[in-house]
Write a protein that binds this ligand. Structure first.
Ligand code: AP5
Length: 216
């Protein structure tokens, strides 16, 4: 299913495990995972103009404007380390972004191998956000490790995300229903392979479903 240079799109609500499963897929397939959320948080931490603009949207749980995201997508997909292919984690969240990505891939002569759509109910999404910490340096998400402890992967400090507070999570779920859920129908309508993954269950079980769906 994956040809050299092609990309996989991971779609799903907050907390569906896009980051967790994307990390595993990146290591299984030997290609980078690109997550706009991570790129924007890193820019916000560094205090760049892009980061400062994005931070206000992210802290509330609102989506960042499409033109900002499309600029990031074009830049990261054209970078040398993404030439072998890439996993796009939460990168496409609106129909204009899906249309924009289609154009970018056409310009770069690349193709979209499949869309992995992780399905999760709201109650579980809220529960996972409440239990999550992330590494301030490498952005790896954890459950069951308190803020302030060291990241087992890189030694960075684990922190809570501002947008994991209950009100911001509810807003992210509203944004998801209004703007991102229609993206799945867009991909089906435009005849891209959409692989539905039940995201409820232990991480290893979900990972096995992903590998089965992709025949890897
Ligand atoms: P982003 O960082 O992408 O957040 P999100 O899409 O809301 O997704 P999450 O990171 O919350 O969840 P995830 O699906 O990656 O789950 P994870 O693996 O971490 O985006 C943040 C913000 O950036 C957006 O709100 C927006 O403002 C902006 N943004 C980003 N991209 C944008 C775009 N394209 N357009 C506009 N704005 C954009 O798992 C969650 C937790 O659950 C973890 O603690 C994990 O350990 C645990 N977990 C994972 N899998 C399981 C499992 N199977 N069972 C139990 N626990 C699990």
């Amino acid at each position: 299913m994956m040809r050299d240079g092609s990309v996989l799109v991971l779609l799903g609500p907050p907390g569906a495990g896009k980051g967790t499963q994307g990390e595993r897929l990146a290591s299984d397939l030997g290609i980078p995972k690109i997550a706009t959320g991570d790129v924007l948080r890193a820019a916000a931490g560094a205090g760049t103009p892009l980061g400062l603009e994005a931070k206000a949207y992210m802290d509330r749980g609102d989506l960042v404007p499409d033109e900002v995201i499309l600029g990031i997508m074009r830049e990261t997909l054209a970078a040398p380390d993404a030439r072998k292919g890439a996993i796009l984690d939460g990168v496409v969240r609106t129909v204009p972004q899906a249309e924009g990505l289609e154009k970018i891939l056409r310009d770069l002569k690349r193709d979209l191998a499949a869309v992995l759509f992780f399905e999760l109910n709201d109650a579980e999404a809220i529960r996972r956000a409440a239990g999550r910490t992330v590494c301030a340096d490498c952005q790896t998400p954890y459950t069951g490790l308190a803020a302030g402890t060291r990241c087992p992967k890189c030694g960075g400090t684990l922190v809570r995300r501002r947008d994991d507070e209950p009100e911001a999570v509810r807003n992210r779920l509203r944004e998801y229903q209004a703007k991102t859920a229609p993206v799945v129908a867009w991909y089906v309508e435009h005849r891209y392979p959409v692989l539905r993954i039940d995201a409820v269950g232990p991480v290893d079980e979900v990972a096995a479903r992903v590998r089965r769906a992709l025949s890897i």
